[in-house]
Design a protein around this ligand. Structure first.
Ligand SMILES: NC(=O)c1ccc[n+]([C@@H]2O[C@H](COP(=O)([O-])OP(=O)(O)OC[C@H]3O[C@@H](n4cnc5c(N)ncnc54)[C@H](O)[C@@H]3O)[C@@H](O)[C@H]2O)c1
Length: 358
């Protein structure tokens, strides 16, 4: 029997999930869609959850600030939840959802699509096989790219920390999830993070620049988007660079960098182990065991449907819910760890101190 599913939020992400459901009627059945833009059966998400609709799964693809409330209600209704990331905008919200999962036994699966790609599954497999020995350190870079930063983090819905959460949470939850996954059960001992908002401030706007981009703006800068607000005058408080060191008690030291203003977009990781190194670039994994030739693996690029992760996560949910086992507590534990890292890093950045726990 297909899994009866309610979709909350029929925007970019919601449509990706709805598309999978349409292509796999044997796995999922869409019983209702809610979106205030008029594209669903219901407007506000609360209406869809207040009806007596029989559903096993609720997909929350709403703006960040609505995740917690929608997830909470869906879990209380006895549904499993696929929740777009982040699961909450504050640490208290994340902890609250974890407790609810523990109480209800229902799944809360975050939209961490990268875990469900062939590329990152291979990386995990190589780490677990011990091919590069004990991992001593990990360098991970998320290069956001200057057009993406301008569009989503200066002009878009993630421009202001108070409204959606810090950029390390809103842009880097995939990275922190991957890091948490790679670290496995290694306990986090210390986090220190530095970063600042330097570039996108009104005082840095080119001289004489207009408030709105267009052919009449004398600056014609690289961030120009006709009809949109000047990136320097959006009031965004996102960082343009943030560097975070994560120390584990007896595991690797992680150096995670968020670079917002880059020419190329992507994620780049280097693992340094006692027996070799592994480099992960967009669609390419290169493994070099000391004294041996390099071995390369090629994959679908992340820019293409999240490297297959968009379909991968839905397949995972289907198989997990039909498996007869229940790993809801295990999964929420890992989900919360990635958010914990984000809030620790943000706290450290703000108070200029090393943080050992929240
Ligand atoms: N997993 C990923 O890789 C990934 C990528 C991008 C975005 N996201 C996350 O997915 C979520 C959605 O992002 P998006 O890019 O699809 O945004 P979006 O703006 O395209 O979609 C959100 C939708 O929610 C609707 N909505 C707003 N308020 C509502 C309400 N009260 N009731 C019902 N519908 C309402 C909007 O009309 C819109 O259609 C965000 O939390 C974002 O952080 C995840």
């Amino acid at each position: 029997m297909p899994i009866r599913t309610i979709l909350l939020g029929n925007g970019n992400r919601g449509r990706v999930y709805a598309d999978y459901i349409r292509r796999h009627p044997d796995q999922f059945e869409l019983v209702a869609v809610a979106d205030t833009n008029g594209s669903g059966d219901y407007g506000d998400w609360r209406k869809a959850l207040s009806k007596k609709l029989r559903a096993e799964l609720v997909i929350v693809a709403l703006p960040d600030r609505l995740h917690y409330a929608a997830g909470k209600l869906a879990l209380k209704k006895g549904c499993h939840v696929l929740m777009e990331k982040p699961i909450g905008c504050t640490w208290d919200e994340c902890r609250g959802l974890k407790m609810l999962v523990e109480r209800t036994g229902k799944y809360l699966i975050p939209g961490y699509v990268l875990r469900h790609t062939d590329q990152y599954r291979k990386v995990k497999e190589i780490l677990e096989a011990g091919t590069i020995g004990e991992v001593l350190s990990i360098h991970h870079l998320n290069a956001v790219s200057y057009p993406k930063t301008a569009q989503s983090f200066c002009r878009g819905q993630w421009a202001k920390t108070d409204e959606s959460g810090p950029m390390i949470l809103t842009k880097c939850s995939h990275d922190l999830d991957l890091i948490a996954w790679w670290l496995g059960d290694k306990a986090i001992s210390r986090v220190v993070s530095m970063g600042r908002t330097k570039l996108f401030k009104p005082e840095n706007a080119p001289e004489g620049s207009a408030d709105t981009c267009g052919s009449d703006c004398p600056a014609q800068c690289a961030f120009r988007e006709d009809g949109e607000k000047c990136v320097y005058k959006c009031g965004a408080d996102v960082v343009d660079y943030q560097s975070t060191l994560i120390e584990t008690a007896d595991g690797p030291l992680v150096n995670f960098e968020l670079e917002a203003i880059t020419a190329r977009r992507g994620r780049f990781t280097r693992f340094f182990g006692s027996k070799g190194t592994m480099l992960v670039d967009e669609g390419l994994v290169r493994v070099r065991e000391f004294g041996k030739d390099e071995v390369q693996y090629e994959f679908q690029a992340e820019t293409d449907a999240h490297g297959g992760g968009d379909d991968g996560i839905m397949k995972f949910i289907y198989e997990e819910l039909k498996s007869g086992r229940n790993r809801a507590k295990e999964i929420v534990e890992e989900t919360v760890l990635s958010h914990y890292l984000a809030f620790m890093a943000e706290l450290s950045r703000r108070i200029h101190k090393v943080v050992c726990k929240l």
